[in-house]
Write a protein that binds this ligand. Sequence first.
Ligand code: UD1
Ligand code: UDP
Length: 384
Amino acid sequence: MKSFKILTIIGARPQIIKAAALSRAIKNKFADKIKEVIVHTGQHYDENMSQVFFDELDIPHPNYNLSVGSGSHGKQTASMIEGIEEILLKEKPNAIVLYGDTNSTLAGAIAASKILIPVVHIEAGLRSFNKSMPEEINRIMCDHVSTLLFSPTKAGYDNLLKEGFKENNKAPYSFDNPKIYHCGDVMFDNSLYFSAIAEEKTSILETHNLQKDKFILATIHRNNNTDEPLRLNALFNSINKIANENKINFVIPLHPRTAKLLPQNLSSELYTSIKTSKFIKIIEPVSFLEMIALEKNANLIMTDSGGVQKEAFFFKKPCIIFRSETEWIELVNCGSAIITDADETKIVDAYNHFSKTDNLQFPSLFGEGAAAEFICDQILKYIH
Ligand code: UD1
Ligand code: UDP
């Protein structure tokens, strides 16, 4: 008997992927107890930023799609809030489940908390301590109206304590008396689950003529990197330099945001050089299984993505982080990732460092691959 209803909000690519873990746990272990209603805000809408993941990861088709599309923060978030509120009033779920830190997360948090629907935040507590990132605002605001907060890392859990969350609150929990957890990471669940089939089911390496350990995987999409020409030029200059000097291939599945800004924000000389480089392959965004196949076979990963940083770690690859800080500080602390920002010298130095280092440490930091089941269990236990 499914008397308990959760309403899951997804919108951006990583949220669709993250939601796969919970939907799978519900299907396998909680099918008789939890009914999941999925709302896609439509924040990401290109076929290869959205539909591909439903097709490949066996995620139930969304029950609603708000189709909000792209827009300024205010416009996009406002239209999501309006749509989500309407659905919440109609569906009357026991809880709303929100992932990460996008505008879709924030919209869900505002819509639900104002009409007293408990918020479950998965990936709570992560902080960059840089409020010029839109994601930092989104995650702080979401955490502070949540009832159950699941942090995938100890650092995230500690951040919550520093912001005044208590570890000894007693049930019944509410947004005024929330429960915080340090549990595993649903993305680790997914990486373990899909890793086994990624290479078998995809031919991305053959398609792009890539050989194991003989290429670097790079992604760039963070707004300060794409929108600031100086930074974007520095990043692509570094990539071009490393590729040419070391005769190593790069494969760069490019986010549509970056693809749109590349011709306008790169110098015409660098743009031509990148486009005609025999070492640099700029490709369309790939599916999650293709991405895993690339991550598992890359020699090194360079990225400004939160999810890709972590996946580099899951697959025991060194990672160069194109940001000035990271929420996943554990990766840097154990030496397997280096923060270089968009600084050419630091990027080249980090590449040279990793080229000479072969005893990197990848301790078990993200659970045992069963975070989603734990989360379902706790939701059922504590939300009524
Ligand atoms: C969003 C999230 C970011 C997350 C990223 C994951 C916010 C504030 N940012 O950033 O935290 O890391 O998703 O990928 O929520 N576009 C398309 N097709 C699409 C989607 C986007 O062309 O399917 C283009 C549009 O020009 C759009 C731009 O990308 O304006 C940015 O999209 P948006 O969703 O606003 O932000 P992201 O940079 O994707
Ligand atoms: N990803 C993907 N195809 C791509 C690029 C990324 O499937 O072409 C996956 C990646 O493996 C990770 C997630 O998308 O699971 C990360 O999303 P993104 O980098 O867009 O956002 P972030 O994690 O920074 O919020």
